[in-house]
Write a protein that binds this ligand. Structure first.
Ligand SMILES: NC(=O)c1ccc[n+]([C@@H]2O[C@H](COP(=O)([O-])OP(=O)(O)OC[C@H]3O[C@@H](n4cnc5c(N)ncnc54)[C@H](O)[C@@H]3O)[C@@H](O)[C@H]2O)c1
Length: 341
């Protein structure tokens, strides 16, 4: 038995996409008796038969001890740790379905990044707010940061953040997941961490648009810097701490997402700039690109808080109003001269 892989009780991972599958394999390797569930039963059957998730995580053999379970209640039975890893648009429904089966004292880790698209109240909700509204205040932390599944699943060193209002909850999640090649830092700025990890996807869409237009390193450096300023301006107005945006869940995740070949959000922006329609890009992608949902929610949050977010505004215009990438960039660049800070 390798250090850190001693038996630790049961873990339930909800969402068998690339990230849920990666985290489930990680927890199984850490000694948790891990069960993986998803709403896509045919794919669960294939994962069970192949002991590999060829649809979302091809080429990664899953540990024999990892169980694939079709029934949500059975997945959650006796779980000491519950991991939320479904896309943001599905989180509320999955939380509702899980409510009656969630063990009383289970520790929860939310690995979903994003803002829930605004509902009837016109407000954007962070993932922890969705879970709290559906399940109440419980021992729970979000687990986010620069962590592409394609790399974590191959043991490439990665550092992320566990964040909760109470630091001891963040530390409990840190302890559950921490490994030498998967370093987890604890944080108590829940708002700052959640907003950083959600808003960076919007800036990554803009970075992809720049790539698609053939812009270079100067433009990307400028965009990421101004994007970070925009993220922290909005995040601080919402109650986050400025320094959090200079940490792993802010600038760390922003850099990774905006330059990576693995980043779906960057790729969506790139293809939009090349003239492809959003619907056909998403159909070809076949996986979630959270920035597409987060962008309008972020714009609504900015309007509510009276914060200027020019990059987010232009990304929304390209995504939702059919504005061309060229026009969006031209409007962004023709704004009045500003002071840097
Ligand atoms: N992939 C990564 O590298 C990565 C890293 C960190 C965080 N995340 C975050 O994790 C979340 C999931 O991302 P992913 O990359 O695994 O997505 P994915 O597109 O690979 O998979 C999504 C999974 O969710 C399932 N799903 C969709 N609707 C559902 C529902 N209503 N009920 C149950 N399951 C449902 C799908 O069947 C699919 O298995 C996102 O918020 C993403 O931002 C992903």
């Amino acid at each position: 038995m390798t250090p850190g892989s001693e038996p630790r009780g049961r873990a339930a991972v909800l969402g068998a996409g690339s990230w849920g599958t990666t985290l489930a394999a990680h927890l199984a390797g850490r000694g948790f008796q891990t069960r993986l569930w998803d709403a896509d039963r045919p794919n669960l059957e294939r994962i069970r038969a192949d002991q590999e998730n060829r649809k979302y995580l091809p080429g990664i053999a899953l540990p024999d001890s990892l169980e694939v379970i079709f029934d949500l209640a059975e997945t959650l039975e006796g779980a000491a740790l519950v991991v939320w890893a479904v896309p943001s648009v599905a989180l509320r429904d999955v939380a509702r379905a899980a409510r009656a089966h969630l063990p009383e004292n289970a520790l929860e880790a939310c690995a979903t990044k994003g803002l829930e698209p605004t509902g009837d109240d016109g407000r954007a909700h962070r993932m922890s707010q969705v879970l709290e509204a559906e399940l109440g205040e419980r021992e729970r932390a979000v687990l986010v940061g620069p962590s592409h599944a394609e790399e974590v699943s191959r043991g490439i060193p990665t550092s992320i953040v566990a964040a909760a209002r109470r630091i001891e909850w963040a530390e409990a999640v840190q302890q559950a997941f921490f490994a030498p090649r998967f370093r987890v830092y604890a944080q108590d700025d829940l708002i700052g961490v959640e907003l950083g990890s959600a808003l960076k996807n919007v800036i990554a869409l803009a970075a992809g648009i720049g790539d698609g237009l053939g812009y270079g390193d100067n433009s990307k450096g400028a965009l990421l810097t101004r994007g970070l300023a925009e993220m922290s301006r909005l995040g601080c107005a919402a109650g986050g701490r400025r320094e959090t945006f200079y940490g792993l869940s802010g600038v760390g995740d922003l850099i990774t997402t905006a330059i990576s070949r693995h980043s779906r959000n960057r790729r969506v922006g790139e293809e939009l700039a090349r003239g492809k329609s959003l619907a056909s890009i998403l159909a070809d992608l076949g996986q979630v690109a959270e920035g597409v949902h987060t962008a309008p929610a972020a714009l609504a949050l900015a309007a509510e808080l009276g914060v200027e977010t020019p990059i987010t505004r232009e990304v929304c215009a390209v995504l939702l109003e059919g504005k061309s990438a060229q026009d969006a960039l031209a409007d962004l660049l023709s704004r009045d001269p500003k002071r840097e800070s």
